[in-house]
Design a protein around this ligand. Structure first.
Ligand SMILES: NC(=O)c1ccc[n+]([C@@H]2O[C@H](COP(=O)([O-])OP(=O)(O)OC[C@H]3O[C@@H](n4cnc5c(N)ncnc54)[C@H](OP(=O)(O)O)[C@@H]3O)[C@@H](O)[C@H]2O)c1
Length: 331
């Protein structure tokens, strides 16, 4: 008689659209690790806007590749099994990992991760704190260090940086990381989060619902060398008067208009530029973020924690665009 495969609880969707109501609770086989993969018993998963944008068809026809799709890619947990080529990890190790963005697999009790996308998690870094890091933290890190050239050891010339939606997942990491460098940080958020964003280290904070906030105008009259733009796209005319001579807007949610602006600014050799950015989620970057959390230099603020049985509540909160920090699901 064939051996019965162990099963696990998971949450999936079977077609585009449907939002939180389109999520289904299912029992599926526990995935088996390939030779360069680890099998994780999950302790925390974070939901990102990417996850529900994929569900609502924003990346159609490329993603998801097939249905049903178990969404989410940011996970923390314990290694329970390793593939034969895995060298760095053993069963019992506590880790954080980025799952394949194509395959997902996060909203479940178990998931498989590539060894090179898995990072050891020291006891000082809790599973929820670690699970918040991959997509949001790496995006903030790459925008600041690779595009804006901020050095996290505080060296280099002073840069004036604007971070929009600084209360969100990406924004709250971006403020903290920017302040490790030689920067003056202006941040935008809603009135209810002004004190929170100041506590992250922002030098000045604008309520985005005031006229000055909507105009992105620095209260101290500074012009921005870089804008880490985490909010939905604004017209170029809003950024332009606030940028320094060679100011750049790093656009994390490039729209058709944003791509057109990017092309026009390039073709006309404009000194002020819009730079569309898609993060590349590397194990090296994740390792650096875990180290910063361990050293107390970076914190994950948790908006809310939801059991796997109520993952749809976390999904709905993320879709509302009202999260302060990261939304966590705990199996
Ligand atoms: N390109 C990439 O590689 C990449 C990677 C990660 C994320 N992203 C994108 O980056 C964006 C941000 O992601 P996230 O995870 O940080 O989102 P999030 O956590 O859902 O952001 C929610 C926060 O944004 C605030 N907010 C919304 N509109 C605002 C505005 N106009 N001005 C100031 N604050 C505003 C909200 O404040 P209130 O509740 O007060 O309104 C809330 O605190 C998303 O579009 C995501 O898809 C791109």
């Amino acid at each position: 008689m064939a051996e019965e495969k162990p099963t696990m609880r998971a949450v999936c969707y079977e077609s585009y659209g449907g939002g939180a109501a389109g999520l289904k609770h299912v029992d599926v086989p526990v995935p088996a690790p390939k030779k360069d993969e680890v099998l994780l018993k999950l302790e925390a998963i974070s939901i990102n806007p990417f996850d529900w944008k994929m569900q609502n068809g924003k990346m159609r026809p490329f993603l998801p590749r097939k249905f049903p799709q178990i969404p989410a890619s940011d996970v923390a947990g314990e290694v329970v099994k390793v593939g034969p080529a895995v060298k760095k990890f053993n069963p019992g190790d506590k880790v954080v990992a980025t799952l394949s963005l194509l395959a997902g697999g996060g909203l479940a009790e178990f998931a498989v991760a590539k060894e090179n996308q898995t990072v050891a998690r020291p006891p000082e870094v809790s599973a929820p704190e670690a699970a918040g890091l991959p997509m949001a933290g790496i995006t903030a890190l790459q925008a600041l260090t690779q595009i804006a050239g901020v050095k996290l050891d505080g060296s280099g010339p002073l840069k004036n940086i604007l971070i929009t939606a600084a209360s969100g997942g990406v924004g709250h990491y971006a403020v903290q990381l920017a302040k490790l460098g030689n920067t003056h940080v202006t941040a935008t958020c809603g009135a209810r989060n002004v004190d929170f964003v100041k506590s992250l280290g922002a030098d000045e904070v604008l309520d985005y619902k005031t006229p000055e906030g909507a105009a992105l105008k620095s209260p101290s009259g500074r012009k921005y060398d870089f804008v880490v733009h985490c909010a939905e796209a604004f017209p170029w005319s809003v950024y332009e008067p606030n940028l320094s001579d060679r100011g750049k807007v790093i656009d994390l949610s490039p729209s058709v208009n944003g791509m057109a602006t990017f092309a026009i600014k390039k073709l006309t050799f404009s000194k002020k530029q819009l730079v569309p950015m898609m993060a590349t989620l590397t194990g090296e970057n994740l390792e650096l973020l875990v180290k910063l959390v361990k050293e107390g230099k970076l914190k994950t603020f948790i908006d809310s924690t939801h059991p796997l049985s109520k993952a749809e509540d976390g999904w709905e909160k993320s879709m509302s665009g009202r999260a302060t920090g990261k939304i966590i699901v705990a199996p």
